[in-house]
Design a protein around this ligand. Structure first.
Ligand SMILES: Nc1ncnc2c1ncn2[C@@H]1O[C@H](COP(=O)(O)OP(=O)(O)O)[C@@H](O)[C@H]1O
Ligand SMILES: [Mg+2]
Length: 228
């Protein structure tokens, strides 16, 4: 589903150059739950942003469902991102003026869908993350865990085959983090591919596979003994 071929990303130039990723190659199967760990600054977010078509590699290729995403023009890449990727972030990134339901529905409305069908799907997703009773609340009226559940519902709204989460539990207590992890893991039951960056070794151990980043390199690639 996701293939990286010798991907490097360097920020800045000359003596100020930062080698955020160095020659990373990895293939991630459709439907797998992959966790990414590593020290702060080791390149985890850079890796996720490149997979999510939000950045450009300095060299190398990234294929999503067989398509070289940085070989596409900007419009095609934007469409691919919209149709293929759901993002979940550490600080939720909900729009503060919209209700939970409106936040979830927004991507569908922006892509021209409208009416009751969008509301029905957004409501069903809020139910699935256990927040039906909070549909008309604004983010500031929700706890951190609730905001993250809204963000997961939002990420699933366009039914993307790939879900990327960058330290989604980093701002939550550990019990809330576990429930967020269960929701993300559950998303793979629909053949969705989930890549989760986390600092928490206990959460990371629940991946089918764990990638460890160190100084921009893929330092370890371990498959879970629990995975079939
Ligand atoms: N936009 C940027 N400009 C310059 N340096 C950056 C930028 N983004 C990340 N970096 C640097 O790249 C390295 C990897 O960063 P990042 O991928 O965010 O690491 P992690 O998510 O593992 O903490 C770090 O040294 C960071 O300072
Ligand atoms: Mg990061």
């Amino acid at each position: 589903m996701i293939v990286l071929q010798n991907v490097s990303r360097t920020y800045g130039q000359g003596s100020a150059a930062v080698h955020a990723l160095r020659e990373v190659s990895v293939s991630i199967e459709a439907g797998s739950f992959v966790t990414v760990v590593g020290a702060s600054g080791s390149g985890k977010s850079t890796l996720l942003n490149l997979i999510g078509a939000l950045d450009h590699p300095t060299s190398g290729h990234i294929l999503l469902a067989g398509r070289d995403i940085y070989g596409l023009d900007d419009d095609a890449r934007t469409r691919l991102r919209r149709d293929t990727i759901g993002f979940v972030f550490q600080f939720f990134n909900l729009l503060p003026t919209l209700t939970a339901l409106e936040n979830v529905a927004l991507s569908a409305r922006l892509s021209g869908q409208g009416g009751r069908e969008v509301t029905r799907r957004a409501t069903a997703l809020l139910e699935r993350v256990g927040l039906a009773a909070r549909a008309h609340h604004k983010p500031e009226q929700l706890s951190g865990g609730e905001m993250q559940r809204v963000a997961i519902a939002r990420a699933l709204m366009m039914d993307p085959p790939v879900l990327l989460a960058d330290e989604p539990t980093g701002n939550l207590d550990s019990d809330t983090g576990k429930s967020i992890l269960a929701l993300l893991r559950g998303a793979t039951s629909e053949r969705r591919t989930v890549v989760l960056v986390t600092h928490d070794p206990q959460l990371a151990a629940q991946g089918d596979r764990t990638l460890t980043m160190a100084d921009g390199r893929l330092a370890r690639d371990e498959r879970s003994k629990l995975a079939s």
